[in-house]
Design a binder for this molecule. Structure first.
Ligand SMILES: Nc1nc2c(ncn2[C@@H]2O[C@H](COP(=O)(O)OP(=O)(O)OP(=O)(O)O)[C@@H](O)[C@H]2O)c(=O)[nH]1
Ligand SMILES: [Zn+2]
Length: 354
């Protein structure tokens, strides 16, 4: 396996590139990047031409990106010319910012949604994380930590509650303290694949990362380097390779997502698709064989990619499922209410009979 393959490179996803000029972004610091080719690390900047050609902040490199570079081996520096088209990208809507999102990470295969079992689950938030994972193009996995601190009954309840909102999403319960369940997680955190962690403060992300990394790698986490003015700065790597060969992204950007309670990112992420949907002739257009379908036309003309439309549909299905479930719940509550009323009436009736 080549060094690049070990870093997760898959030539199927972008064959037309000279692999000698490829590297992966391991950390971002203001306008400089720490990149690696699996053999050496470099401090990199984007080229002037790159800068001139960009129209959106989303086009800049982010953690996990593959970049085409020129390397200056001796100086440990590199110039970035191009960002290789992404397999997935995680964007969050910046608070108070309408037009552009913030790019958090790219080319993540698996998003580990971490929750701890010693406190109440925030099921709505978990649901939003699952949707966000799907939207990014990655696959979500639910990780329940601190298994040592909960009973089997609590665990079973948690699992059935989660299964209702995250159909088909694998759930792993583990304890970083006893090591129980860690092997189950390792089924999803595998060589050449990139996983990223997402979850509220205190749920045990750092503890888990430390265990996954092993102490040996952890000591190399902070890399001393010189910035352009010759000062020593400590640059942190946020893309790690585990001993197994799996790749792990643990970045503050991902962690800060936990701060977005009740945000609007999901309504705005598919604005491009929605603008076509709204332009369809029929308001209930299924974008299938209906005449005057703007979506079909946009796909045909290349204005909208088929893939993007498919992920939009995926999200719509998730939302529809959620709505149906809520409707069912409301129906059930209504039914129970009547049950309760008839019970009370029966009781009263009995009482009167006596
Ligand atoms: N009992 C138990 N405690 C755990 C486990 N994992 C983590 N903890 C404890 O939970 C606390 C929080 O763990 P962290 O790993 O710092 O949590 P975090 O998600 O990284 O939190 P932030 O850094 O704030 O995002 C620490 O006191 C850990 O020792 C576990 O499996 N079992
Ligand atoms: Zn249509």
């Amino acid at each position: 396996m080549s060094n690049l393959e070990k870093l997760g490179w898959d030539e199927h996803f972008f064959p037309a590139i000279d692999t000698d000029k490829l590297a992966r972004v391991a950390a971002v610091q203001r306008n400089q990047y720490r990149i690696t080719d699996g053999e050496n690390d470099y401090i990199a900047h984007v080229s002037g031409r790159f800068l001139n050609g960009t129209t959106s902040i989303l086009e800049f490199p982010t953690i996990g990106d593959w970049v085409r570079v020129d390397k200056l081996m001796e100086e440990g520096k590199a110039v970035i010319h191009q960002v290789v088209p992404r397999k997935s990208q995680f964007i969050r809507q910046a608070a108070g910012e309408k037009t552009e999102g913030q790019l958090v990470a790219a080319n993540v295969d698996t998003i580990l949604i971490v929750n701890s079992l010693n406190e109440d689950l925030n099921i709505r938030r978990m649901e939003r994380y699952v949707l966000a994972a799907y939207e990014s193009g990655a696959t979500p996995i639910i990780v329940l930590t601190k298994k040592d601190e909960c009973t089997e009954a609590v665990l079973a309840d948690a699992i059935s509650e989660i299964e209702e909102i995250a159909i088909g999403v694998p759930i792993v319960a583990l304890s970083s303290l006893t090591g129980e369940g860690l092997n189950d997680l390792l089924e999803y955190v595998v060589p050449k694949r990139t996983a990223a962690l997402l979850g509220s403060s205190g749920v045990g992300k750092s503890t888990l990362v430390n265990i996954l990394l092993g102490e040996e790698v952890q000591t190399t986490k902070a890399i001393r380097s010189q910035d352009s003015k010759g000062r020593h700065t400590t640059t942190h790597r946020e893309l790690f390779q585990l001993q197994s060969g799996a790749l792990l992204i643990d970045t503050p950007g991902m962690r800060e997502l936990q701060l977005w309670e009740g945000d609007h990112s999901f309504n705005t992420t598919f604005q491009d698709v929605e603008s076509f949907v709204e332009a369809c002739y029929f308001t209930d257009c299924r974008h299938d064989t209906e005449p005057g379908c703007r979506v079909k036309a946009a796909i045909a003309s290349g204005e909208l990619s088929e893939q993007r439309f498919q992920s939009y549909l995926k999200l719509q299905r998730e939302l529809a499922y959620e709505k149906r479930k809520q409707d069912q719940k409301a129906q059930l509550e209504e039914k129970n209410k009547w049950k309760q009323i008839s019970k009370t009436m029966k009781k009263r009736y009995k009482y009167h009979k006596r």
